[in-house]
Structures are given as C-alpha cells and as structure tokens.
Ligand binder design. Structure first.
Ligand SMILES: [Zn+2]
Length: 166
C-alpha cells in the first residue's frame, strides 16, 4: 500500500498501520526503493518502505507530490484538471500527456464519480459531468493535496480506493 507523507503527523517517526489487526506496534522499517521523480523518467526519489509484522504487508511512504499508484505528480494533475480536462498543453511531454489522459479517463468513470460523491456526502452536489464534480470537490475540500488527505483517511484516493486493491 502507498500513502503520502502528509497523511500522518509531521512529528511521527512512522505512519500508523493501515492494515486491520489487533496488536500493535507493528511497523518496522523495511528498506527502500527508488521511483522516477518525473513521469518521463528523470530524477530518482527514495521511497521508504515499512513492514507490518502481523499482516506481512508492506507500506510505502511517498513524498507529497506523488499521486499513489500513478506515475504522475499531484501538481500536474491539479493543473490539468483545473483547466478543461481535455486541454492539451503544448509544453507537456507525450509521456505526461498520456498519464494525464489516463487519469482523466479514470476520473470520468461513473463508478469513480459515485464513490467520490458518496465520500464527500452532502458537501458535493450530484453532478452530471466530471468537470463539475472536480469543481465541486475543489470547492468542498481545497487543493488536490487536501482532497487526497481527506480521501486517505478512508483508504481512498482520487483515482482508486486502495484498501480494496490488496
Ligand atoms: Zn500492522
């Protein structure tokens, strides 16, 4: 499972365990791996990994600019979604455009809209388009970092619900 650093307190040395079990404490540092800092493959960022000794599952702590499970960064997604989502920026590389297009497609799926609308409950109106849903989420929760933080409290993210994925 991947979580962003902002989803647990700055003073905490490691995250709370997201896996359900009775005993604690359980998390131990479990090495690290490197991930591309930018989707095009440039830059390397070190990702700390933790191991839950009761469930045998691992947890990775991502820098806050990373979107969990996607090779695209939070500022790029926010910027792209804030514009009309079909906007093609001439300055973006083909790789980033591909990632953003996949993100938009995923966000536009009906099941995603339902889950996000359910999550934010009465703070969001029932909307008919992905663009309207995005606008309503921004209005209700703030920037994408804040949106992700709220979603993470229930194991969710913008484009998927991670507790359901293994
Ligand atoms: Zn645990």
């Amino acid at each position: 499972m991947q979580i962003r650093r902002a989803s647990f307190p700055i003073y905490a040395p490691h995250p709370p365990c997201p896996f359900e079990h009775e005993d604690s404490p359980c998390l131990q540092r479990h090495g690290h791996y490197e991930r591309n800092t930018h989707p095009e493959g440039s830059g390397r960022t070190r990702i700390q990994r933790f191991f839950c000794k009761f469930t045998g599952k691992t947890l990775s702590v991502l820098p806050d600019t990373f979107l969990p499970y996607r090779s695209i960064n939070v500022p790029d997604v926010q910027e792209h979604f804030d514009r009309a989502q079909d906007h093609q920026s001439p300055v973006q590389s083909k790789v980033i455009r591909g990632c953003l297009n996949r993100a938009v497609k995923r966000f536009a799926r009906a099941d995603r809209a339902t889950r996000l609308t359910d999550f934010f409950g009465q703070r969001l109106p029932r909307t008919s388009s992905p663009q309207a849903l995005w606008k309503a989420m921004r209005h209700a929760a703030g920037n994408l970092s804040h949106i992700l933080l709220e979603l993470a409290t229930q194991g969710k993210s913008l484009l998927g619900d991670y507790r359901c994925l293994k």
